[in-house]
Design a protein around this ligand. Structure first.
Ligand SMILES: *Cc1c(COP(=O)(O)O)cnc(C)c1O
Length: 352
């Protein structure tokens, strides 16, 4: 603390990201990165991008990337916003579309960055409790609000809200913006992107960090009605003209164009998830049904924090949240088959 700090800084409670260990021999199942590397075509483009042209600023509007994303989703570039990771897009969304007198609504158990942005942007919020089985119930969102925000599938539960329920929520909430954070939708979810043509208040946010194996490149995008996108552009152009560097633009274009690699890796992860869930159940864990690249599990007789540190002693890191209602759960990223074998073997020894 310092007397030089602004009053906003005094009020902040910064987000604490999952550990990024410097030791590379750890089995890292704690931050939902993709266990498979980026497409070889992305790596080739990035090598080519390391050239004299780096002395020039990148395209401030990343037009090539917007066009590639628009083509992929059958939309217009004016319906696409791109940013330095979806976290940055979320931040601009708060500033552009969610800062209203009425409270922002989001689930009580969800991505823990959401309340952090509320403090940064001084947005009043209400946390809507998930049901007993940790599901979103859309009727609970029928109340005065200045916006609604949730991930689908939700994090860290991995549970999906079916598209019909999303549509019902949109129909009963036309006066404020509904933001759906689809960070994990490519692992078996149903995207709300096709609904943007019918709901001018829907913004859907995607990231290249999970299903495109590019967490290190920092690229995300939002899709929505051109007027919502314009609001985001106004904030972005009042903050940083060049959020995406030359590598990010070129790499993300190559990633979205390599459909075969994307299909192959996401299918592998979904297959491994099914096997992992079954083996964890055989070890006595309760496994929530997941359509994400992680599973959310608890053991009826073992303390989650203790299990997490016992795994850590065996060089395996998973995520434990010391938060109400979920302190007995572990969130485990779906790794390669070999990483999941190692996890199951370690748990077998720990539970013996
Ligand atoms: C990982 C994640 C993000 C952030 O993604 P980046 O694009 O890497 O910033 C956003 N929302 C949820 C729910 C996530 O899990």
């Amino acid at each position: 603390m310092s007397r030089y700090w602004s009053s906003v800084v005094h009020r902040l409670t910064p987000y604490v990201p999952g550990e990024q260990p410097q030791l590379l021999d750890l089995i890292k199942l704690n931050t939902n990165e993709n266990p498979y590397g980026p497409s070889p075509k992305v790596l080739e483009i990035l090598r080519r991008e390391a050239a004299d042209t780096l002395r020039l600023y990148p395209d401030p509007n990343a037009e090539r990337l917007k066009e590639a994303i628009a083509a992929h989703h059958g939309l217009k570039p004016s319906e696409i916003f791109v940013g330095n990771g979806s976290d940055e897009i979320l931040a601009h969304t708060y500033q552009a579309l969610l800062r209203h007198p009425k409270p922002l609504l989001f689930p009580d158990i969800t991505y823990s960055f959401y309340p952090v942005y509320c403090r940064l942007y001084e947005v009043d919020y209400e946390q809507v409790p998930l049901t007993e089985s940790l599901q979103i119930r859309v009727e609970d969102y029928k109340r005065a609000n200045g916006g609604i925000l949730f991930p689908n599938p939700n994090a860290p539960t991995g549970r999906l809200l079916p598209l019909a329920a999303v549509e019902a929520l949109l129909r009963s909430n036309q006066d404020s913006v509904v933001v759906i954070d689809e960070a994990y939708v490519d692992f078996g979810g149903e995207s709300a992107v096709p609904l943007i043509s019918r709901f001018a208040n829907l913004l859907v946010i995607h990231t290249f960090s999970k299903s495109r194996s590019l967490a290190g490149l920092r690229v995300g995008f939002a899709v929505g009605d051109a007027q919502l996108i314009e609001a985001l552009e106004r904030v972005k152009n009042s903050f940083n003209s060049y959020p995406l560097d030359r590598f990010a633009i070129a790499g993300a274009v190559a990633a979205i164009e390599d459909h075969a690699y994307f299909e192959e890796t996401r299918q592998k992860i979904m297959r491994t998830r099914t096997i992992l869930a079954k083996r964890l159940e055989e070890l006595g864990f309760e496994v929530l049904p997941s359509v994400a690249n992680f599973v959310f599990v608890r053991h009826p007789r073992r303390d989650a924090a203790e299990l997490s540190s016992q795994l850590r002693e065996r060089s395996i890191i998973v995520r434990h949240f010391a938060l109400p209602r979920i302190e007995q759960f572990l969130r485990i990223t779906v790794g390669t088959d070999a990483q999941c074998d190692a996890l199951v073997a370690a748990l077998q020894r720990i539970l013996q």
